[in-house]
Design a protein around this ligand. Structure first.
Ligand SMILES: NC(=O)c1ccc[n+]([C@@H]2O[C@H](COP(=O)([O-])OP(=O)(O)OC[C@H]3O[C@@H](n4cnc5c(N)ncnc54)[C@H](OP(=O)(O)O)[C@@H]3O)[C@@H](O)[C@H]2O)c1
Length: 165
């Protein structure tokens, strides 16, 4: 199995990079090898590599900055995942993508389910919801995982921030 992993230096991507070789040939990409705001580059690299599985562990995760860099956030979190799904479908491959609880407004007084109405309150949430919708529209075999916290000791993580405080 040939696997392409996007975001190999992020919290999630780093862990994926460590465990994926058990499952097959892994091509892990970071920003210097592929800038996800370059949609043509995504198209080119995936068409050349022809993976069986695409794992998108990358994202524009600067929640506050996204209010200013709206176009960039929408491109990376909204358009790029949709394109990955479209290419994945054409290659008869599968896509694993991560989304967030920020697609909800948090006003429900009970645990959320998959079918609950999304209502993002900020640009980051809107961009991640756009990514979900584009994947659903363009994709075939895909998995979208909505998580609320990613914990690790890498980078600007929640754990490292608390330790610093
Ligand atoms: N962190 C959380 O608590 C949390 C909560 C809910 C959902 N999520 C979701 O879970 C997933 C993984 O999050 P994470 O915490 O692992 O994220 P992260 O540590 O911020 O990693 C994001 C990765 O995306 C890469 N990236 C960003 N912009 C890029 C670009 N233009 N071109 C290429 N690569 C780019 C980053 O590259 P650089 O290393 O070069 O910056 C980094 O490797 C994301 O979809 C996120 O939305 C995270």
């Amino acid at each position: 199995m040939k696997i392409v992993l996007f975001g190999k230096n992020g919290q999630l991507g780093w862990e994926f990079q460590r465990i994926l070789p058990i499952f097959g040939e892994v091509i892990s990409l970071e920003r210097t090898e592929l800038d996800l705001s370059d949609l043509q580059a995504i198209q080119k690299i995936l068409s050349e590599l022809k993976p069986n599985l695409i794992i998108n562990a990358s994202a524009y995760t600067e929640v506050d900055l996204a209010e200013k860099e709206t176009d960039l956030a929408m491109k990376i979190n909204g358009l790029a995942p949709g394109l990955m799904a479209e290419i994945s479908r054409k290659l008869n491959a599968a896509l694993i993508h991560y989304s967030t609880d920020y697609v909800f407004d948090g006003r429900k007084n009970a645990p959320y389910t998959e079918s609950d109405q999304a209502n993002p309150l900020n640009v980051y949430g809107q961009s991640k919801l756009m990514g979900e919708e584009n994947i659903k529209q363009a994709g075939d075999a895909y998995l979208i995982l909505r998580t609320s916290w990613v914990y690790s000791l890498r980078g600007n993580s929640f754990v490292n921030k608390v330790l610093k405080w």
